[in-house]
Design a binder for this molecule. Structure first.
Ligand SMILES: C[S@@+](CC[C@H](N)C(=O)[O-])C[C@H]1O[C@@H](n2cnc3c(N)ncnc32)[C@H](O)[C@@H]1O
Length: 385
C-alpha cells in the first residue's frame, strides 16, 4: 500500500471509532476485509489510528472536523506531511482537499492543544502543577515497548542475547533493574522463544519500578488484591520466594494467570472473589483508576472518562482500601498503587485512609510521571501495628 492508501484506510477505521466502535475491533475488522494489506501496512495504519485517538482534539482542530478525514488532515498538518501528495485522489489515496477543507482548521489552544477534556483540565493542572503541560505532551506520544526480565529464569544479558537471536534488540532501562526497552523488533516479542519460555514478560517500566519499591522479602505471604491479568503478581513472585495469592473482584480477569505463572516458573494461588481468608504480610491494592498515567497506551480512556466515572472510581478506591487493610497481618504492609497522575486517586485517597485509621502510617509515597521509560504510576506503602 502507498502512504496515501494507508491514510485512507485510517480514515475509514477512525470513522467507525468515532461512531463508537472500539479501536481494536475496528482495526481487526478492517484487516479481515483487506487481505491485500501486509504486516507493515497494518502496523502503519494502526500507528495512524492510535496517533489520531491520542491527539483527537488537537488533530480535529487542525483538520477542521471531528471526522476520520478531519483527523487525518490534522495529523498531516501536525506532522508537517505533504498534504497535497497524500490527499491526491489518485489510486487509493483520499480525495483532494476541497476549498472549504483547505481553508478550515485552526491552531489548537488550551485544553484542546493539550488533548485533555475541558472538564478535566483544572484537575489535571492542579494534580501536576508545572509538569502538567509536559505530561500532557508525553500522553500525546507513543509509549515505549518494555519487557520485564524474569530473574527466576535469566539475567538481563541472557535475556538480551536470546531476544537478539530472534531479531529483537533491547537496551537496559534505568527505571528498574529488570526492565528492557525494545529498540527493534517489538512486534516479534509475543512469538519469540524468550517470551514463550518465560524469560521475559511484556510489562511497562514504571509498573516494574512499583514492584521494586515494595518491601518484599523471602518467606512472605503476599496477596495481590486487585490482580487483574497478574502482571504485578508475577513481577513480585520474580523478586522474592514466598507464597503468592491473586484475587480480583472479577474472576474472569484472572483466567490467563495460571498459564502465565507456569511459563514464568512461579506458583500463584487464585482466590475467588470475596473468598479471601486469613492474613498476609503484604497486600497490594493496584486499584481500578482513570488510567491517566497510561493514556498513551489506551487513549480511548482519556475521552471516555467523565467526572461521574472519576467520582465513582474514587468511591471504589476508598472501599478497596477499607476492605483490604483487614487482611494485613500485624506489622504487615498495605501497598496502594494506581496508574494515575490525578491526586484525587493518589495522595488524597491515602490521606483520607490515614485520617480514618490512626493506627496506620505511611513509609513511602512515590509518583512516577509518564516518560521515556514508563507510564505514570503512584505508590503508597503503609504499615501498622
Ligand atoms: C488496575 S487493574 C489491575 C492490574 C493488575 N494489577 C496488573 O498489574 O496487571 C484493577 C483491577 O481491580 C479489579 N477490581 C475492581 N474492583 C475491585 C474490588 N472491589 N476488589 C478487588 N478487585 C477489584 C478490576 O477487576 C481490575 O482487574
Amino acid at each position: 500500500m502507498t502512504p496515501a492508501a494507508r491514510i485512507q484506510a485510517a480514515i475509514e477505521i477512525l470513522d467507525r471509532v468515532l461512531d463508537g466502535e472500539a479501536a481494536e475491533k475496528a482495526l481487526t475488522g478492517w484487516a479481515r476485509r483487506s487481505r491485500f494489506a501486509g504486516s507493515k501496512d497494518r502496523a502503519a495504519i494502526r500507528d495512524h489510528v492510535f496517533d489520531a485517538i491520542r491527539c483527537k482534539r488537537s488533530f480535529a482542530a487542525r483538520g477542521g472536523a471531528m471526522t476520520g478525514r478531519g483527523l487525518m488532515i490534522g495529523l498531516a498538518r501536525a506532522q508537517e506531511l505533504d498534504t497535497d501528495a497524500l490527499f491526491s485522489g489518485e489510486g487509493h489515496a483520499p480525495a483532494p482537499l476541497s476549498e472549504a477543507e483547505a481553508a478550515a482548521g485552526h491552531a489548537p489552544e488550551g485544553a484542546e492543544a493539550l488533548d485533555i477534556p475541558d472538564w478535566l483540565e483544572q484537575t489535571f493542572r492542579d494534580s501536576l502543577g508545572d509538569q502538567a503541560e509536559a505530561v500532557a505532551a508525553v500522553l500525546q506520544s507513543r509509549a515505549p515497548v518494555m519487557l520485564r526480565v524474569n530473574r527466576r529464569k535469566a539475567d538481563i544479558a541472557q535475556a538480551q542475547t536470546s531476544l537478539s537471536g530472534e531479531g529483537i534488540e533491547t537496551r537496559p532501562a534505568e527505571i528498574s533493574d529488570t526492565a528492557l526497552l525494545v529498540t527493534e523488533g517489538a512486534r516479534k516479542v509475543s512469538n519469540s522463544a524468550a517470551f514463550k519460555s518465560g524469560l521475559v514478560e511484556l510489562q511497562d517500566g514504571a509498573s516494574q519500578a512499583v514492584v521494586d519499591a515494595l518491601p518484599l522479602a523471602d518467606g512472605m505471604r503476599v496477596l495481590d488484591y486487585c490482580a487483574g491479568g497478574g502482571g504485578k503478581t508475577l513481577a513480585m513472585a520474580g523478586r522474592a520466594q514466598g507464597r503468592f495469592f491473586a484475587h480480583d473482584a472479577n474472576a474472569g480477569r484472572l483466567v490467563d494467570l495460571p498459564a502465565r505463572a507456569k511459563r514464568a516458573g512461579v506458583k500463584v494461588q487464585l482466590l475467588e472473589p470475596g473468598k479471601v481468608e486469613g492474613q498476609f504480610d503484604l497486600v497490594l491494592c493496584d486499584v481500578p483508576c482513570s488510567g491517566s498515567g497510561s493514556w498513551r497506551r489506551a487513549p480511548d480512556g482519556k475521552w471516555r472518562l467523565s467526572a461521574e466515572n472519576l467520582s465513582e472510581l474514587n468511591g471504589i478506591q476508598q472501599s478497596i482500601l477499607e476492605e483490604a487493610c483487614g487482611f494485613v497481618a500485624p506489622g504487615g504492609v498495605l501497598a496502594y498503587a494506581t496508574c494515575s497522575v490525578l491526586s484525587c486517586e493518589n495522595g488524597a485517597q491515602v490521606d483520607g485512609f490515614l485520617s480514618r485509621h490512626a493506627e496506620w502510617r505511611e513509609t513511602l509515597r512515590k509518583q512516577w510521571l509518564p516518560g521515556p521509560e514508563g507510564d505514570g504510576f503512584f505508590l503508597s506503602v503503609l504499615t501498622h501495628g
